[in-house]
Design a protein around this ligand. Sequence first.
Ligand code: ADP
Length: 405
Amino acid sequence: MSDDVLVINAGSSSIKISLFGPGGADGPELQLAGQVEGIGTAAPHAILRRASHEVLIDRSWPDGHGPSNHDQTMEYIVRVLSELHAGWKPAGVGHRIVHGGSLYREPTVIDTTVRADLEALIPLAPLHQPANLEGIDAAAKAFPDAVQVACFDTAFHQGHPWVADTYALPRDLYEQGIRRYGFHGLSYAYIARAMRRIAPEVARGRMIVAHLGNGASMCAIRDARSIDSTMSFTALDGLAMGTRCGQIDPGVLLYLLGEKGMTVAELSDLLYKKSGLLGLSGLGSDMRDLLASHSFPARQAVDYFIYRATCSAGSLVAALGGLDGLVFTGGIGENSAEIRARICRGLSWMGLVLDEAANDTGGPCISKSWSAVSAWVVPTNEERMIAISVAELLRVTTDPDRTEQ
Ligand code: ADP
């Protein structure tokens, strides 16, 4: 068996894989990355690249001949990987799992109990958790000798102070699991780790990380621990997103259900798929298109995105009792100097002075040296975070010296 770690991110109609070799002092090293998308549709498509971006596979299937479920997709992936390296087997497989509830606070080796716990959490993440479980099952079948590890999007946020973990609802609902879990935790864990290297004094202090992508959230981090986050019970809360509404008065939902006769399914579709930048602009959910557009609703959608992000940052500053650094990440955070600049300008009241030139070239530091609060751009890498966690777990489970401690 190799020392390789295979990272699997299984969505409802796609499986993304990344293969990491043992690497060096900096941890696991990416070797291959790819995905099969459109699983179960008429036109699935597979792409696999080396870390150098050299394309190894780029294929579609004739109508109805592609993989129609996760099991078949994993079989295809295994076949491709073994054609590249005959007899290859990973030592560990890391799975991105959207929900670990309040039970799971760290990466965990998957056994039948863990799997059953994750299945019980499906009602809390009905769109993502079933696909994650299918990924686990397919990988366990494909690589029965590998250690399967669950890495949770919620785990980094476990340990929030109680006031940041609850809603003002009757207490028994909290006990039943209606809590502010928070998501994007693998991204935040990666950034907290990266900041230890990039700016250790900020990493040890009070930091807000803005993960601005199609899904978007912010996290308040003190001394590398999450203390609050804008996403909460589900990944709908907080900032406006590509197609998700973000923060909303629950009275609106009661009104839509009670007065407008919407069904729960229609409401879910509205909030998850038709709102956010798409709903406001009427144009689309891609921030690049909105920034390039001269349409008034598109500009208003961008204004709303920035307004909510700025207000949310202000609220998290209060939770932290001040701020040392603001870090941008995610597709929008990493790539849009304009969005970063507008959010930073909205926070100039706390002494954040943007370095416009550094912001235009992408940082990593995008604030002036005399700024009271520093600002940063740090690309996230959730797959790498999973590979690091799996490699560490493998070391602990296979190194007798470590297990005796
Ligand atoms: P996901 O949440 O699906 O992982 P990403 O983090 O990949 O999303 O971010 C996707 C978003 O990033 C899209 O809205 C896309 O428009 C935006 N984006 C990517 N590049 C740029 C850019 N140069 N300027 C503005 N937005 C960008």
